[in-house]
Design a protein around this ligand. Structure first.
Ligand SMILES: [Zn+2]
Length: 435
């Protein structure tokens, strides 16, 4: 297999050289944070640290973590390291679970971001011959713009289909001879299943690959997308706080996502103690952005649970790989005293036929007892149609989730796009128990 590497000097840099490179970028980032971001200036002064105290990569551990709470407290511009006149773009998280997080980009930041996303696209084999259909949302959410810019940088023809409905997506795919699909895996799966059930022959389409991300997805969903659309589906990773997509992406060997280590320093910590874990051990991913002007973050706790692998990959890239993110530390919920990860419930749902994978868990309390309702966006009417078959399917889903969780569960089917706009991820848990 021909390895597609967009930026060989940086993506295949020997590790020793890479670490020296990281140290230089880290030092200048720390200096700018100390000087220009009040939050970091006071954190460092409280610890009696100055930028000169950071002479090795390990010295980074002398700094405390930055959390989502810190970012919320600085809403909207408190963490910016440059004046607004130098900011060219602003994106924001949806804020569905609290105060939104606002991220700024200078002209250089936009340029670097574009290059990073281009790496992910090139790893999936995207070239200037391709037609890339993007069904991420374009808006304050950074997914659509990030992939759009990256695909343009490569020279591909970009179709910003955004959140058009599924029939429109499919007709665009047919008429414009789309070769690469980009968007959320739940929507990709819905497209794949709709095509499989229609009289459209996959051979009549021009598809060859896809990049999917912005929400967790299982190997089962990957398999459904790949088999029904006859494409290679790769995972991409990013988060709004660190500028959006482009932080990491799979190569065709599908053995984890290469982190852009010339732009980010990755650590994995024990979420309870904060202790840094060695490569190969599972914990919470902590990222330091070492090449950002407007919004540099030091030791940001992503909440995503993963494992780092630093041994070289067959593709030739030297950047560490992170295992696919499925669970988040802040996701874990206790229902009736039992610890549950919503991602595990989602995986169970993804495994079922004919049920969409976008869901939301609503917790409430009746008397002294917790209740759990799982709302699932039904992507298509059940086979056979009619109300009774819908109810049978709902009952079957409810029984299966009840068995899985070993407690009574209520399942409610909702219309597509009820839980979140198409192209954006849903809020997995709504907890009304203390309200
Ligand atoms: Zn690789």
């Amino acid at each position: 297999m021909k390895p597609f590497i967009y930026d060989p000097p940086n993506e295949t840099m020997p590790r020793e050289e890479l670490e020296q490179f990281q140290l230089e970028r880290l030092q200048s980032t720390i200096y700018r944070c100390y000087r220009n971001v009040q939050f970091y200036g006071s954190v460092m002064r409280d610890l009696q640290l100055t930028p000169d105290d950071f002479t090795t990569l390990e010295d980074l551990r002398r700094l405390p973590f930055t959390t989502k709470e810190h970012l919320r407290n600085s809403y909207p511009y408190g963490m910016f390291a440059v004046p607004l006149r130098e900011v060219r773009r602003i994106h924001s998280s949806s804020g569905s679970t609290g105060v939104a997080i606002v991220v700024g980009y200078t002209a250089n930041d936009l340029d670097h971001w574009t290059g990073l996303v281009a790496r992910n696209l090139a790893a999936a084999g995207v070239t200037d011959e391709d037609v890339v259909q993007i069904f991420f949302g374009f808006g304050l959410f950074s997914g659509g713009f990030g992939l759009h810019q990256g695909a343009e940088r490569i020279g591909a023809s970009v179709l910003p289909a955004s959140t058009a409905d599924i029939h429109k997506q499919i007709s665009v795919m047919q008429d414009f001879r789309t070769t690469i699909l980009v968007g959320t895996p739940s929507y990709a799966r819905q497209i794949a299943e709709t095509i499989a059930e229609s009289d459209i022959s996959v051979q009549s389409l021009s598809l060859k690959g896809g990049l999917f991300g912005a929400e967790p997805w299982s190997e089962r969903t990957r398999q459904i997308i790949e088999e029904n659309l006859v494409i290679t589906a790769l995972d991409i990773y990013g988060l709004a706080e660190l500028g959006g997509p482009g932080v990491a992406g799979e190569c065709p060997f599908k053995c984890g996502l290469h982190i852009a280590e010339d732009h980010f320093i990755a650590e994995v910590i024990d979420p309870e103690t904060g202790e840094v874990l060695e490569a190969g051990r599972e914990g919470e991913l902590v990222l330091t952005a070492i090449h950002k002007e407007a919004f540099p973050l030091l030791r940001y706790r992503t909440g995503d649970i993963t494992t780092l692998h630093i041994e070289p990959c067959e593709c030739g890239r030297t950047h560490a790989r992170m295992s696919r993110v499925y669970r988040r530390t802040d996701d874990m919920i206790a229902i009736r005293g039992v610890k549950v990860f919503p991602a595990d419930i989602q995986a169970e749902i993804e495994d079922m036929e004919g049920v969409g994978s976008r869901m939301q868990i609503v917790l409430d309390r009746e008397g002294h007892e917790d209740t759990i309702e799982v709302q699932i966006e039904l992507t298509r009417p059940p086979a056979g149609g009619g109300l009774s078959s819908l109810d049978r399917q709902r009952q079957a889903t409810q029984d299966r989730l009840g068995d899985f969780l070993r407690m009574p569960v209520r399942v409610r089917f909702v219309e597509p796009s009820t839980l979140a706009p198409l192209g954006e991820k849903t809020t997995m848990v709504v907890d009304n128990r203390n309200g």
